[in-house]
Design a protein around this ligand. Structure first.
Ligand SMILES: Cc1cc2nc3c(=O)[nH]c(=O)nc-3n(C[C@H](O)[C@H](O)[C@H](O)COP(=O)(O)O)c2cc1C
Length: 453
């Protein structure tokens, strides 16, 4: 009997939970953003549930602060650990789970970033992944540059950045370090490669000062869904994080992105598609709904208006009340194009009021919300998995730590009983568990060819 296709799971962690008011919930850890024991507990819980990976979203500088002083006083946003440092620590108290760290191609330096991720991959024994983001939020004021680059420019830089980083990871062949004490030979100079990159944005000679990562390259994740975002993913990424509301949208995204792979000589199983899901669990449907209503009731009105102002950047909402129909959203943005489209579709499809709009995005921020029993949440996952919309899911617990431990204890066993999710890890590295091949060294190959001439 052939084995069923296997689902992959990521624990998408926001310090106190994904809901904007999670920190006020009795079950949340209010100081979570700076509490290493909290994150340690989460990583170990996700590993107990045989998750493939844990992931934290990140920005190189604080997210945009609320303008209203009342909202600022009540917002838990933007204070948490830097991901690579955090994951390096947590890799030492786990053995199989993968660690996805977000890092920006707009604000980071490629050499330094290649070095940090290569180190994380060695420290974690092959469990590192890089979530390549171009950074939607304008944080330019903290980085001595004149302004936030335009969307198209950010993606052009990202294309060169990713190629360059991969090239630096190929600086050493896997067996370059001989370290033979008897002969006194430490390394084989023929197996060191100088990249000599000269491009539009970067001039970098190499080699890197870290050996080739355990996985060849840390797994490349990408999380932009605009036209250039999809193209970058199709050419370079091995997993794509996405936000979709409906099965039809998710199917469109899935087939569109998979359809682009052939152009880059890649097959459809070389890129895993992972939408987010925000599960609100209860013993019964009624209990789940009551819990959801309770979480939503924790949103202070000043926070509600801040959420709306973020959606309506540049549009004055002062003449509106929360029960008015939501006016049209801005037509365009240089920040997060795909999220603007998603929220516009959400408003238009459901004819939302402003109140319904802020409630719809206060938790899942545009990702799919499922309120129900563990069986219903498992059904929601399997539906998209079986119907050409997902290879994996990012589980986005509303409240932490309970939202993750409840999912592990209540939903994972159902997925396992259905035969679509592992009961044991298949391998040691993140690549092995995700079923992704270890990439060949792109610089070693030309060197071999040169020798043969
Ligand atoms: C699940 C998910 C996670 C994301 N995480 C981050 C993040 O941590 N940092 C960030 O700057 N952007 C993050 N993004 C945003 C995207 O990387 C991207 O910047 C955004 O979607 C805008 O690009 P686009 O217009 O191509 O979609 C995330 C998006 C998704 C769907």
């Amino acid at each position: 009997m052939s084995e069923k296709r296997q689902l992959k799971l990521g624990a998408f962690i926001m310090a106190t939970g994904h809901h904007v008011s999670a920190w006020r919930h009795p079950a949340s850890q209010a100081d979570a953003g700076h509490n290493i024991d909290h994150y340690k507990d989460l990583a170990q819980t996700a590993e107990r549930g045989k998750f493939d990976l844990v992931f934290v979203a990140d920005s190189p500088a604080g997210w945009e602060r609320a303008k209203d002083p009342e909202a600022l006083r009540r917002s838990s946003q933007g204070a948490h650990f830097e991901p690579i440092t955090l994951w390096a620590a947590l890799s030492q108290v786990t053995s199989h789970i993968g660690f996805v760290a977000t890092a920006s191609t707009t604000y980071e330096d490629p050499y330094l970033l290649a070095r940090k991720f290569a180190s994380l991959d060695h420290i974690s024994k092959g469990r590192a992944a890089w979530n390549v983001v171009t950074t939607g939020a304008d944080v330019s004021k903290n980085f001595s540059i004149p302004g936030h680059p335009a969307h198209a420019d950010r993606y052009e830089r990202a294309e060169e950045f990713v190629d360059l980083v991969k090239g630096l990871w190929d600086s050493y062949e896997d067996d370059a370090f001989v370290r033979d004490k008897a002969s006194g030979v430490y390394l084989d100079p023929d197996k060191i490669h100088q990249l000599n990159h000269q491009g539009k944005f970067f001039t970098v000679s190499g080699p890197l000062n870290v050996a080739r990562p355990v996985q060849g390259y840390p797994v490349i994740v990408q999380a932009g869904a605009s036209e250039p975002g999809r193209e970058l993913a199709a050419r370079t990424a091995e997993m794509i994080f996405t936000a979709n509301q409906t099965l039809e949208d998710a199917q469109e995204f899935y087939s569109d992105v998979k359809g682009r792979l052939g152009r880059y000589g890649r097959s459809t199983n070389e890129l895993l598609i992972s939408p987010g899901i925000f599960p609100v669990l209860g013993g019964t449907e009624k209990e789940a709904q009551e819990e959801y209503d309770y979480i939503q009731s924790l949103i202070h009105p000043s926070i509600a208006w801040t959420i709306l102002e973020r959606q309506y950047k540049g549009i004055d909402l002062s003449g509106y009340s929360l029960d008015d129909r939501a006016p049209p959203l801005p037509q365009n943005t240089e920040l997060n194009k795909s999220r603007l489209k998603l929220v516009t579709d959400l408003v238009e499809r459901n004819n939302l009021t402003l109140r319904q709009l802020y409630l719809a995005v206060a938790g899942a921020r545009g990702h799919r919300t499922v309120v129900g029993t563990p069986e219903q949440v498992a059904d929601a996952i399997q539906d998209w998995f079986d119907n050409g919309a997902a290879d994996a899911f990012n589980i986005m617990p509303p409240i932490l730590p309970t939202g993750l431990s409840d999912f592990v204890d209540q939903v994972v066993p159902i997925l396992q009983r259905r035969g679509i999710f592992r009961t044991e890890y298949e391998g040691q590295t993140l690549r092995e568990n995700l079923g992704l091949l270890r990439p060949a060294n792109g610089l070693a190959l030309p060197a071999l060819q040169r020798k043969a001439v």
